[in-house]
Design a protein around this ligand. Structure first.
Ligand SMILES: [Zn+2]
Length: 87
């Protein structure tokens, strides 16, 4: 797994948490700061397939899991590094 940059707000360590069991059909991950509670959700692209019978359905397999996690990490790291440069 790619390394996570520290929190852009307080500089503390962050962790990736799996909330997938709480929702239907999505891979659902959050990156959360261990100190100030800043967090980021999985991007919408973690939803892989369409709308079926009133609920989003996603093929949950190792490929889409890695994709969902990877995209979240990339977005987090992008935000974290931009914040750092802005200071
Ligand atoms: Zn923080």
């Amino acid at each position: 797994m790619a390394k996570l940059l520290p929190c852009p707000f307080c500089g503390c360590e962050v962790e990736l948490i799996d909330y997938t069991n709480r929702v239907y059909g999505f891979w659902d991950y959050k990156i959360k700061c261990k100190k100030c509670r800043a967090y980021m959700d999985s991007p919408s692209t973690a939803i892989v397939s369409g709308f079926t019978e009133g609920a989003f359905k996603q093929t949950r397999n190792e490929e889409t899991k890695q994709k969902a996690m990877h995209e979240l990490i990339i977005i987090w790291n992008t935000r974290a590094s931009k914040k750092g440069r802005a200071k």
